[in-house]
Design a binder for this molecule. Structure first.
Ligand SMILES: O=C(O)CCC(=O)C(=O)O
Length: 262
């Protein structure tokens, strides 16, 4: 662990207030550069085959294969990240998503949105139940499409939050990130993707963690049996509800989130 209990408590408090928290320089850059190299060929192949989920002009959502270097427990079982996830979304969470969002040149501003509706209609102030852990595979600058988010809207009624945003009462904050930085966020916060004005793709990995009892049918991770067998106890526990599959190349079209966006 890199952080003390007191520091993790402090991160959790920031998360509760803002709906997000940033851990700077947390993941190893050389690991992420290897991910980047592997991702670049996946991106090229998927673009050629037209097998991405389009999330706006020149903006692609791509599921990563849970195999090889992407099935890395140092990343998805990171003890500091999980300690914060557990503080805000309860013990024994599940991991349900491993994917990427990549704006390319020609991408545009997304409409401001949330990634999931409230758990109960009319009771938006519930504790967190669905988190995204995001980390980029490059530096994210003002030029290449920084994630923009409002702060503190994750527990607001969706209509109230949107009204306040439209009235100019809720500023959007661009979140520049360095390779190695990690953002943990509640997907209910109002946010949007912004244009990438460079020639270099800006891949942002998203790992989804849910409260122990929460099931999201729109996402899943196909876990090859041989990969599963090689994982430690914590990793297996996180993936307990994910389908086990025989082949490692079953990703294409396997996840309904590719056809789905809130
Ligand atoms: O990639 C980003 O910066 C944001 C993407 C996003 O919010 C979405 O596609 O739902």
């Amino acid at each position: 662990m890199r952080y003390s209990n007191a520091a993790l408590d402090a991160f959790a408090s920031v998360f509760e207030r803002d709906g997000m928290v940033l851990l700077t320089q947390h993941f190893q850059k050389d690991t992420l550069l290897q991910w980047r190299q592997a991702f670049d060929s996946i991106l090229e192949q998927r673009l050629l085959q037209g097998e991405t989920a389009v999330r706006g002009a020149n903006r692609h959502y791509i599921t990563l294969p849970f195999a090889g270097l992407f099935a890395d427990e140092r990343i998805f079982c990171d003890p500091d990240v999980l300690a914060i996830v557990e503080r805000v979304a309860g013990d024994d969470p599940v991991m349900c998503q491993l994917a990427t969002d990549t704006p390319l040149r020609g991408s545009t501003y997304q409409d401001v949105h949330r990634d999931t509706p409230a758990l109960f209609d009319g009771l938006p102030e519930t504790p967190s139940f669905q988190l995204a852990v995001n980390f980029p595979l490059c530096d994210v600058t003002i030029d290449n499409g920084p994630f923009e988010t409002t702060l503190g809207t994750h527990k607001m009624n969706a209509e109230d939050a949107m009204r306040a945003y439209v009235a100019g009462e809720l500023p959007l904050h661009a979140i520049p990130m360095k390779l190695g930085d990690v953002m943990i966020r509640d997907v209910r916060a109002l946010h949007r993707g912004t244009p990438n004005n460079t020639d270099w793709p800006r891949p942002m990995v998203v790992i989804g963690y849910s409260r122990s009892w929460y099931f999201r049918p729109e996402v899943n991770i196909d876990v090859p049996r041989d990969v599963y067998e090689g994982l430690g106890a914590r990793a297996r526990r996180l993936l307990r509800h994910m389908p086990r599959v025989d082949a490692t190349d079953t990703v294409q079209g396997g996840e309904s989130y590719v056809k789905f966006a809130y």
